[in-house]
Design a protein around this ligand. Sequence first.
Ligand SMILES: [Cu+2]
Length: 380
Amino acid sequence: MSQKHDEHESGDLPEPRQGARKGGISRRKLIAGGAAAGSALPILHGLIPHDGIHQALTGASAAEMEHGSSLDSGDMADVHGGSFGPGFEGPDVDHAANGFDPSEIVRDFDEGTTRRLPNGRVLREWELVAFDKEIEVAPGVHFPAWTYNGRVPGPTLRCREGERLRVRFANGSGHPHTIHFHGIHPAAMDGVPGIGEDGGGGVLATGQSFTYEFDAAPFGIHHYHCHTNPLAAHIHKGLYGTFIVDPARGRPDADELVMVMNGFDTNFDGSNEVYAVNTVGFHYMRHPIRVRRDEPVRIYLVNILEFDPINSFHVHANFFHYFPTGTSLEPVEYTDTIVQGQGQRGILELRFPYVGRYMFHAHKTEFAELGWMGLFEVTE
Ligand SMILES: [Cu+2]
């Protein structure tokens, strides 16, 4: 699927080659180095520059190039012999230093604060602050992120159809940013450079702030992200989050989860080295998502992945009902795999009839092997 590396889409493992620049490590080289499921973490740890942007800017040292090359030939056996257990028992990322934990993000819905307006409508308010922060996206792999409220993805904003919404945004980052919401709203509230500056909106320089205000419509699962140019950089650095508008009459009770499919170009070569749900590669392999047998589970799924045209979601040993964009209460598909382009999202509803551990992952094998896989742990 990669647009940039189609010469390698042969089905065979490609020959190791030098990366595009600087650190000399491409994701294809990661795959060639034997990033099978069980060995991917050590491979990632060994190959990706640990010091993020600083190292990428100065270039990798000769010793690190040697380190990377030495892995190319030595791990082919892992491609054929990998298992899911080994590789997930070593050091974890430092969630405390990150300031967020994907095991909490997956069930963290931010409903803001509400009050009743004189006309009877509910006014719902949030405060978002953009700031720069280094985060650890796989054990030992650091990334110089730009964040909303210090986390990637940003908070999952949740409201109800018909409410009035007010989002006060302050830009504390060293770069200009906006918040562009998906949904229906006036142009001045669209968070796009060159539109809305007359009213104090549009692109916001460091230290500036703006309050976005609009109605919650339509109901469904949407998202928000920075819309400053260059857009790929501003999105993939981490400025995005999920925006859920519940239908006025609500949805049936369920164990609700939010999953943002994302990735990170840790060596700035224009392609991702780490893929994930909710930022940390392989997190839910180390920390399975616990759900109850026969209880309804609802997954709010968003694809914000940059640089790759398509992402996908597959669950093992089960099927789900799929509601694209969540804008209908009737599912359109009963399946075990869906694909989403960037910006697409949808709601998945399912039950697990049997206890046990069940994988979920991108059905793009390369993404799965570079971090986008996890487990549901179904208990009584
Ligand atoms: Cu931005």
